[in-house]
Design a protein around this ligand. Structure first.
Ligand SMILES: Nc1nc2c(ncn2[C@@H]2O[C@H](COP(=O)(O)OP(=O)(O)O)[C@@H](O)[C@H]2O)c(=O)[nH]1
Ligand SMILES: [Mg+2]
Length: 676
């Protein structure tokens, strides 16, 4: 029995083991560990089913089980009415049984119930207690067993199965006090199936019928045994009504027993008729062809006894006539037990086995999917990270480009600034020279006129210097008003400051913090010029005086004839004028012009320098930023490389897992779409 189920079970166990071997666990997502898998394997291995056998007394349940499970007569079977005890059969390496006695409370209740349960026999009314229990108790007493000796006592364990009759046999001395029997036998199939031999129908014992009902409801397959000679009698229908109503019809097997005693084709006609019963039809009972199985329990048992060489020593060994008849029926040769086993297995699989296998398959599939999803998710996160770094790189490279452009722009600006200042100064120089040339020319013309009026050397000595100095003082005033005067548009200085304001305005605005104070240039020039001119006037005075004095000393003509003296005076006067022009006036103006230019140059350059410094600061900030960006690009590249390596590894991991998953999915025949 259960061969297919076991195969599936083995495959699933292997699949679970592969999950561990291939490291599908631990699974982070659902916190599934190796231990959980081991538990699942245990749960799968320990999967148990319950199959209960029920039916009327003497239908042959015990005989059928003896044939199916033991191969010898372990469960007492008898042709006389036999008192049934519910017997729960499980696996053990060595056979033994346990007798469970009624508790005191149960015993008291039982007796009361049986005393109330009336039965009629041959016109005489009596109770179950008087008819059945009382003689049983008397029988026990005759063996020296009183109820106080066993009722309420813990269950007893007995190794000798031949003693079973003492506990369940009609004449058993403990029999009346036993509530149920647990029987253990070394048949592999019992490792997975608990078999329950239930008492017959119409049992007045309320405990037994309750226990029977409980076991039937817990069962994964229920075998209802009917006696072929009286198949589906009223009593059977009553039993079906009482116990099998709540049972899924898919779990029910009808074992028509003692087939060796009837004509099969006749019986089948009857069974087909029964099948048509409205009530059975409505409840879907027996509707499935598979659910009716024809067997001979006794034929099966004898066959097994024979095969094991135990037939001769058994109680059937002597009865040759009986054996011959049985043999002729063909039911020793083929007792139908294999078919019964197959049907029972089908029911078990249909009820619980399939669900169980499916749930384990689903578990395995779920773990595989989760593992693969886990890796895919990890991959997705890594690619996202990688994408982030590549975007970041683009961003940083764009920034570098921006900064480099800015740097170039700034470098150009510095050049433009210096060029502009150079141009402004050059223009200023030209204007300044023209300005002074103009003034100088006029002044020289004026001085020359006055100096020409000087009549003799004394006149020169006394008046030449005041003429020049006065003219200079006059011109100095003119100079100031023309040079710096607010309203004078021709003033080279106004022109200069206008130009500076105009040309450097943009720089000033762009580089905040720079203040081009053109007014400052003017006042600077003014102060410096005032000092300078004062100095120059004094210097000039001294210079002219000394020239004039030198000339007046030259006024002594000595032996020069008087008619020649007039010419000599003019010559000397003209030479004085030329000297004054060259040495004094020109020098004076050059000096002033030069001084003004220097001041303007210093001022303009200082403005340019201030702006340049700011630009340079900006450039150095840019260079610093560029370095930082370059550093981040490098570090990002490093990280991206790491991630790429991780992705590569994870991809090969995923590939490996997919292959393993494929293997497992083929093993347990489950399709897993998510593998790819
Ligand atoms: N001919 C024949 N007799 C059987 C078969 N199975 C059981 N019996 C007999 O029917 C009687 C009652 O059987 P038993 O197993 O005690 O029935 P239970 O009360 O349902 O457990 C016994 O005498 C068995 O030998 C069978 O397949 N063929
Ligand atoms: Mg029995």
């Amino acid at each position: 029995m259960l061969t297919n189920f076991k195969k599936e079970q083995e495959k699933l166990t292997q699949a679970y083991k592969k999950l561990i071997e291939y490291k599908f666990v631990p699974l982070q997502r659902r916190k599934i560990t190796e231990k959980d898998i081991e538990e699942s394997i245990k749960e799968l291995q320990e999967a148990r089913f319950i199959v209960s056998f029920c039916g009327q007394i003497k239908a042959g349940k015990s005989t059928l089980l003896n044939a199916l499970l033991f191969g010898e007569e372990i469960l007492p079977a008898a042709s006389t009415p036999h008192t049934a005890k519910i017997t729960i059969i499980n696996y053990a390496e060595e056979p033994y049984f346990e007798a469970v006695y009624y508790t005191e409370k149960e015993w008291k209740e039982l007796k009361e119930t049986l005393k109330k349960e009336k039965i009629e026999e041959d016109g005489v009314t009596t109770t179950y207690f008087d008819k059945y229990l009382k003689p049983q108790l008397n029988n026990a007493i005759s063996h020296g067993i009183y109820e106080d000796d066993v009722i309420g006592k813990p269950k007893e364990t007995i190794k000798d199965l031949s003693k079973l009759d003492d506990y369940v046999g009609a004449k058993g001395k403990y029999m009346p006090f036993v509530k149920e029997i647990h029987l253990y036998w070394p048949n592999e199939i019992l490792k997975q199936i608990t078999v329950v031999d239930t008492p017959g129908t119409n049992d007045p014992n309320p405990f037994r019928s309750k226990i029977t009902e409980n076991w039937i409801h817990k069962s994964n397959a229920v075998v209802y045994v009917v006696y072929a000679g009286q198949a589906f009698s009223t009593a059977d229908i009553e039993f079906i009504d009482k116990y099998l109503v709540g049972i899924d019809p898919d779990l029910l097997v009808f074992a028509v027993n003692k087939m060796d005693m009837v004509d099969k084709s006749e019986l089948e006609v009857w069974i087909n008729k029964v099948r048509e019963d409205k009530i059975l039809k409505a409840r879907r009972i027996m509707q499935d062809r598979d659910s009716v199985v024809y067997v001979s329990g006794l034929g099966g048992l004898i066959r097994k006894l024979y095969d094991a060489g135990k037939l001769e020593d058994s109680k059937y060994g002597e009865d040759n006539e009986f054996l011959e008849r049985l043999d002729e029926s063909g039911y020793i040769e083929n007792p139908g037990l294999e078919n019964l086993e197959k049907v029972i297995e089908k029911k078990i699989i249909k009820s619980k086995g399939k669900k169980l296998l499916a749930s384990h398959k689903a578990k395995i599939k779920g773990i595989i999917i989760d593992k693969i999803t886990e890796i895919k998710e990890e991959l997705r996160l890594l690619s996202k990270k990688l994408e982030f770094y590549s975007l970041k790189k683009e961003e940083l490279e764009a920034e570098i480009k921006k900064y480099k452009t800015k740097e170039q722009e700034l470098a150009i600006k510095t050049r433009v600034l210096n060029d502009t200042v150079g141009e402004i100064l050059a223009e200023f120089k030209g204007k300044l020279q023209a300005f002074f040339y103009n003034i100088e020319r006029k002044l020289i013309a004026e001085i020359r006129k006055d100096l020409f009026n000087l009549s003799d050397f004394d006149d020169i000595r006394i008046n030449a210097t005041p003429i020049i100095i006065n003219a200079l003082i006059d011109y100095n005033n003119i100079l100031f008003s023309k040079l710096i005067g607010e309203s004078n548009y021709e003033s080279p200085i106004n022109h200069l400051t206008d130009k500076i304001t105009e040309k450097l305005k943009a720089f000033e605005e762009e580089f905040q913090g720079t203040v081009v104070v053109t007014a400052g240039i003017k006042s600077q020039i003014y102060t410096e010029l005032t000092d300078k001119i004062g100095e120059l006037v004094k210097e000039t005075e001294v210079k002219t005086k000394s020239i004039a004095e030198e000339l007046s000393r030259l006024g002594f003509f000595g032996t020069l004839k008087f008619w020649k003296r007039e010419d000599e005076f003019k010559k000397r006067r003209d030479s004085l004028i030329t000297t004054i022009e060259q040495l004094v006036i020109k020098n004076y103006f050059w000096n002033i012009s030069d001084s003004i230019y220097r001041i303007a140059q210093i001022q303009a350059n200082s403005i340019a320098q201030t702006i340049t410094k700011i630009i340079e600061n900006e450039i150095s900030t840019i260079l610093h930023n560029l370095k930082e960006i370059q550093k981040s690009i490098e570090s990002n590249e490093h990280k991206a490389k790491d991630i790429q390596e991780q992705i590569k590894q994870l991809e090969s991991t995923l590939q490996k897992y997919s292959e393993f998953a494929e293997q497992i999915s083929q093993l347990i025949e489950v399709e897993i779409d998510e593998i790819q």
